[in-house]
Ligand binder design. Structure first.
Ligand code: CS2
Length: 498
């Protein structure tokens, strides 16, 4: 058995693995990152690693996991070190990342997490916790008091468990101790993510202490950012590949694609690392980049995840190897692009081509079932928002109706062969109630699922024509089967989308 990756063994890593270009021990911490899952380890932590190598600074990261203790234990056993494997047309490469100094699990170690949040050396709190962890009611622009962590943290604000509670308590303690606030950088796939989180934190704080809420609104910066790197959940193969590449056992290894992008609003009053070293782009307004990525990459991802999963494609690359589905991917990319305003320096057609190539990457095993997770948290910004824009502009809407119909068919929770699967959606119970009520009537199911809060904006739910289109596709799927509908959609309708 190979020795485990760690401070003392890193020097023995095989020459095939690139080692950090700096001495990690010479740099202090400056960032708390909440959500130290695979995406963070393939993205922000790598940009910070590049920044440390090029410009130094005390910017190492304390990783916080809200619930899972497994990744925390794995990282700490390796002094925070892990292998980043990139797989693409240029081959498979590995590199050891050293920007994570330590990890903590909020679920068992909240005192240490709060101590880190109050540490004057911490200037930044960054987050990748997934859409559902925030507990913000996006339609109302307020906190969602029915969200489990929000409810628990309102009851015990001094012992927080969730994002809003932790940030508010950290900021409260800093203010009380006269320590300047940290900047909060949201890195989740949500539109206007910085503004949204600011709304959530100030609304949460207002329930506890209105003065603190005013202080946060005035003094804390919440820049927006757009993040991009396709990162499948690590598996035993990931760990085996890391061991092959480095000669060391690594329980925190991640694999990802070569492409990476980070567009950030440059508003960091407490300073920041030299993330430009890893290629980050700093702009005044992130919104157009975010919209482009959410609608083109993530929207197409959701469509292909539902249609692909239902058609028996386990991975995204299998979807791209299916002629009809690949045509629908291109159709969706074009329809999403048509809803966007021009953006300097971005060639949308080229961006769409590049996305199709990234999805087809044969070396990346990105499960459709992984992307299908949490549909009720994702579809509003990925599918419904561009559908509304398309209705208003008179550009094609059918690709969005098809995507929603595929999600609705997926919501039945059973394949055509009769196998059941878990929806893995925070609103599973409401979906099940809608399905039970509507049964196999596509129009009734569409109406019931459109009525779920936050999934589709009023404008879309009120459009009888659009809803009828979704219901028809759904009925055709139930009558003729998913494969027949996908083929018909790709052949007949793709040429003349309505
Ligand atoms: C995916 C994203 O799981 C999903 O919903 O669409 O995680 C996607 O892979 C990333 O946003 C790519 O940057």
């Amino acid at each position: 058995m190979s020795p485990q990756l760690g401070e003392t063994t890193m020097g023995h890593a095989q020459a095939t693995a690139v080692r950090p270009g700096y001495d990690p021990a010479a740099h202090g911490v400056g960032i708390v990152h909440i959500g130290c899952g695979a995406f963070h380890r393939a993205h922000q932590a790598v940009y910070t690693d590049d920044a440390l190598a090029r410009s130094g600074g005390d910017w190492r990261i304390i990783g916080v996991s809200l619930r899972s203790t497994e990744i925390v234990d794995a990282l700490n056993a390796q002094s925070g070190l892990y292998t980043l494997i990139t797989r693409g047309a240029g081959g498979t490469h590995s590199r050891i990342v050293a920007s994570l100094a330590e990890a903590r699990a909020a679920s068992r170690d909240v005192a240490h997490v709060l101590a880190a949040l109050v540490d004057p050396n911490i200037h930044l709190v960054t987050l990748t916790v997934t859409e559902k962890a925030y507990g913000i009611d996006r339609t109302a622009g307020d906190i969602d008091e029915t969200h489990a962590a929000v409810a628990a943290d309102l009851a015990r604000p001094d012992a927080p468990t969730g994002v809003l509670g932790l940030l508010t308590e950290g900021l409260r303690r800093r203010r009380q101790a006269g320590i300047p606030p940290f900047t909060v950088l949201c890195c989740d796939n949500l539109p206007d993510n910085g503004h949204l989180l600011r709304t959530g934190v100030t609304a949460f704080a207002r329930r506890i202490d209105p003065e603190l809420a005013d202080f946060i609104a005035q003094e804390v910066a919440f820049p927006c950012s757009m993040v991009d790197r396709i990162t499948p959940a690590p598996t035993a193969q990931t760990r085996a590949e890391a061991e092959r590449q480095t000669g060391l056992e690594d329980l925190a290894a991640v694999e990802t694609e070569p492409f990476t992008q980070w567009v950030i609003e440059d508003r960091f009053p407490a300073g920041r690392p030299d993330w430009e070293a890893g290629g980050a782009l700093f702009v005044d307004d992130v919104a157009p980049y975010e919209r482009m990525k959410l609608r083109m990459l993530n929207g197409t991802h959701s469509m292909l995840a539902y249609a692909g999963f239902l058609a028996g494609c386990v991975y995204v690359r299998d979807v791209m190897a299916d002629a009809s589905l690949a045509a629908l991917v291109k159709r969706h990319l074009a329809a999403a692009a048509a809803t966007l305003e021009p953006l300097d320096g971005i060639d949308r057609a080229r961006y769409a081509e590049q996305l199709a190539e990234r999805f087809a990457n044969p070396a990346i095993a990105h499960a459709t079932y992984q992307i299908a997770m949490d549909g009720t948290e994702k579809l509003a910004q990925r599918i419904a928002a561009p559908a509304v824009a398309a209705l208003e502009q008179g550009t094609p809407t059918r690709p969005f109706a098809f995507a929603l119909a595929m999600w609705m068919r997926y919501c039945l929770g059973r394949s055509e062969a009769g196998e059941t699967y878990d929806l893995r959606d925070p609103r599973e119970a409401s979906i099940a109630a809608a399905v039970a009520q509507a049964g196999d009537d596509g129009h009734a199911l569409a109406a019931a699922l459109f009525a779920l809060r936050d999934v589709s904006p009023q404008r879309l739910a009120a459009d009888a024509g659009f809803q009828a289109q979704v219901g028809e596709i759904l009925n055709a799927t139930m009558a003729n089967g998913v494969r027949a509908v996908i083929d018909a959609e790709a052949q007949d309708r793709a040429a003349t989308p309505s």
